[in-house]
Write a protein of this length. Structure first.
Length: 258
């Protein structure tokens, strides 16, 4: 049986938190005192264990975000356990091999599943999760939705479906923010900096300056401080995590990975 959340702590959901930036965000929000629900298709218990070792609390929930019924069960669990949701971080995605993702492979040589995976999980699942979150947050009269996007929305850094999906996600943020503003719910897109994820480190070669990359938790520390603001202050904005971190006085310290 799951332990009920502390009634005094904020409640967050981070999707796609079994590794990478999602795991880093979940740990950072847990460090900040939030009760964090974290979804993943595999190994999500590892994130919960790391949080517990640090004195925090992450509730692991297995979920394939291609399955709308599984997503619905996640939100029913949160409502049953906590009765509210203060922060949703949409991070779940399915990425192709990074060698392909950040290649100069032209769109006419790509397999259709590269498009399907990036749009179905990297875009559609954000819409579905935001629908469920919005219904809870509207009842509360307050809440924050953070869509993990990328500078690839404006600058070509990978294959065509990646950039198109991130550009669509940023526009989705603006559209949702406009409709939720009257209900006190804010929505932002956040571009993490290059980060020391497992995949990025594995793909790096001897000429890659990984020392310049951020910790996977940096973006989460930015979100933790952002969540303390009026959720409408930056609603509808597309934000660089590094620029926002500097504005909020958060040091970008790559050595925070633990």
């Amino acid at each position: 049986m799951r332990q009920m959340p502390d009634s005094n702590s904020a409640v967050a959901l981070v999707t796609g938190a079994s590794r990478g930036i999602g795991r880093g965000v979940a740990l950072a929000l847990s460090d900040a005192g939030m009760t964090v629900y974290a979804t993943g298709r595999t190994a999500i218990d590892d994130t919960a264990g790391l949080a517990a070792d640090r004195g925090g609390r992450v509730v692991p929930l297995l979920c394939d975000h291609r399955d709308d019924l599984a997503v619905e069960r996640v939100f029913r669990t949160i409502e049953a356990d906590a009765g509210r949701l203060d922060v949703l971080v949409n991070n779940a995605t399915i990425l192709p091999d990074l060698g392909l993702l950040f290649s100069d492979r032209p769109f006419w040589e790509l397999q259709p599943d590269a498009w399907d995976d990036l749009m179905t999980v990297g875009l559609r699942s954000h819409f579905i999760a935001s629908q469920y979150a919005a219904r809870i947050m509207i009842r509360q009269g307050k809440g924050l939705i953070v869509n993990i996007s990328s500078a690839g929305a404006k600058t070509k850094i990978g294959i065509v479906p990646y950039g198109v999906g991130k550009a669509a996600l940023d526009h989705l943020t603006c559209e949702m923010a406009a409709e939720l503003r009257a209900h006190g719910v804010g929505v932002v897109s956040l571009w993490p900096p290059p980060s020391k994820t497992e995949g990025m480190l594995a793909d790096a070669d001897e000429d890659t300056n990984t020392a310049a990359w951020s910790s996977t938790e940096f973006t989460g520390r930015v979100i933790a401080v952002l969540a303390e603001e009026d959720p409408l202050r930056r609603s509808g904005d597309v934000l660089s995590a590094r620029a926002l971190g500097a504005d909020l006085g958060i040091e970008d310290d790559a050595d925070l990975d633990r």
